[in-house]
Design a protein around this ligand. Structure first.
Ligand code: NAD
Length: 478
């Protein structure tokens, strides 16, 4: 049962919107009485967050499986629970160092004995709009950084993950005072109202299309935003890199959440002469590591019938074109009840297909041949900047060339997606894949106001900046 202290679930969104307003006002008022929470208070909050995640471990995996139709428990445990706990532990280790004022140089000839520093001040009340694909990792994960920086937080989960949203609301209400952290559960109307609140900062994770609307709503309040968006993340196989290990890395990454992951490999660029080798390695990996994958316990379902239909439509369109479809599973078929489906490769698709135009977010991997690496890089650069970019090859000069010639939010060499999971490293997009960072010191700073402070000392020449300016004449001559 959800304790009365959390923002109640909507019966229609009007109630939830009113409750959001009340919760926001309460957080603002509480923040006004505690504008610089001590390191001890922040540590205690992070400790409570870790305890909350560990105490609800099994329930978190069960709620994720319920919302997805099917979901492997080890994956939710690793990503949604232990990943978040690891983030909090990393922050606890570094908080003192991150909170310390950062001294800045002052010119003694001009400013005498004045001292200057940057103070990382909490921003205040932060809103977090969460997508459906990682309901805890993307709600509680950024909350680690937000609380570490001394803020208060209201989370709005996705309407596609009702079981996770209810569990999160309950967990948070049992752990935190609602004037510190609370969860607003509701539908689209609530989502719109949420993005229009005068937050001190707003984090949105989701599609670029909605990100644009959220940024527009935030602009009315001049609320700063962090946008974690998506895009088409390429895996670039440089010549001689189509090995068993590298193809396993690409296909293995694509299997995570059946491709419903923002940093998943969206498509692979493969030297034309290695196309068949790529397909053969993909097939042998699946046969060895994941036979009958879509019927087994390790396969995640599509989040909703509508999302399943979208992937089916995209695959059908590709099949109807000249493109060869290779299903990486014998007898693979769709299970409508759990919305699980087999993984397919789309070989040499034409550029006008939906799988080459839209972020796929499902178990289809276009395998795109190239003749010249630089042409392939140019094709990437002709599109929007991806969230992640992966390059494979043993020639360090060549992989470095690929990194230098492209642009993306993050990148990985000889592996995929892991750049998004390091507690020590800021994570985010570039261009259409987003702006701003969370995770690590970059996240702490994202949710802080870097206030520059000068303390006047003795022997300065500050008065040359105001009348009468005749005082400055000697200074200029000197
Ligand atoms: P979604 O449908 O769950 O929407 C995200 C959130 O936006 C939800 O909470 C929803 O209620 C809210 N929302 C919807 N319309 C809104 C509106 N008009 N105003 C305010 N809020 C609104 O998730 P999605 O968009 O389908 O997520 C998939 C996308 O998210 C993909 O593009 C993926 O790449 C991206 N993604 C990015 C990251 C990242 O960290 N960069 C992580 C996960 C997903």
């Amino acid at each position: 049962e959800t304790p009365a202290t959390s923002v109640p679930a909507a019966t229609g969104d009007a109630g939830a919107i009113a409750a959001l307003g009340t919760a926001f006002a309460a957080q603002r008022a509480a923040f006004a009485t505690d504008r610089r929470p001590s390191i001890e208070a922040r540590r205690e909050r992070l400790g409570a967050l870790i305890g909350m995640m560990l105490a609800n471990r099994e329930r978190i995996s069960a709620a994720v499986a319920q919302d997805f139709g099917a979901h492997p428990v080890p994956a939710s445990d690793l990503i949604e629970v232990l990943g978040v706990v690891g983030r909090a532990q990393h922050v606890l280790e570094h908080l003192e160092e991150w909170m310390a004022p950062s001294p800045r140089h002052t010119d003694p000839a001009m400013l005498g004995t004045a001292r200057a520093h940057i103070e990382y001040q909490p921003k205040g009340v932060i809103g977090n709009i969460v997508p459906w694909n990682f309901p805890f990792d993307l709600s509680v994960g950024p909350m680690v950084d937000m609380l570490a920086a001394g803020n208060r937080v209201i989370i709005k989960p996705s309407e596609y993950t009702p079981a996770c949203a209810d569990l999160l609301a309950e967990m948070v209400a049992c752990t935190f005072d609602p004037d510190l952290v609370t969860v607003a559960v509701g539908g689209l109307e609530l989502a719109r109202a949420f993005s229009s609140m005068p937050w001190d900062h707003l984090l949105y994770t989701g599609s670029p299309a909605v990100g644009r609307q959220v940024m527009q709503a935030a602009a009315a309040n001049l609320t700063p935003v962090t946008l974690e968006l998506g895009g088409k993340c390429p895996a670039i196989m440089t010549p001689n890199s189509v090995t068993e290990t590298n193809v396993e890395s690409v296909i293995g990454t694509k299997l995570i959440k059946s491709g419903q992951m923002c940093v998943s490999v969206d498509y692979a660029l493969v030297p034309r002469s290695d196309l068949d080798t790529f397909v053969a390695h993909a097939q042998s990996f699946m046969a060895r590591a994941a036979p009958n994958y879509s019927r087994g316990e390790e396969c995640t379902g599509m989040i909703s019938p509508r999302h399943l239909q979208r992937i089916e439509d995209m695959l059908e369109e590709a099949r109807a074109s000249q493109c060869r479809i290779v299903t990486l599973e014998e007898d693979g078929r769709i299970d409508r009840e759990t919305r699980r489906m087999p993984m397919s490769l789309a070989i040499a698709p034409s550029q006008n297909l939906r799988i080459m135009q839209e972020e796929i977010f499902g178990p289809i991997l276009p395998v795109v041949p190239y003749d010249d690496l630089d042409d392939a890089l140019e094709a990437i650069n002709a599109g929007e900047r991806p969230l992640g970019l992966y390059v494979f090859g043993d020639d360090a000069a060549l992989t470095e060339h690929v990194l230098a010639a492209t642009h993306s939010g993050g990148a990985a060499v000889n592996t995929c997606a892991i750049q998004s999971a390091l507690p020590s490293m800021g994570f985010g997009g570039s261009g259409m894949s987003g702006m701003g960072r969370h995770h690590g010191i970059e996240g702490f700073r994202e949710f802080s106001n870097p206030r520059g402070v000068v303390v006047r000392g003795a022997g300065d020449l500050i008065d040359v900046f105001y009348s009468p300016y005749a005082k400055a004449a000697g200074l200029v001559q000197a």
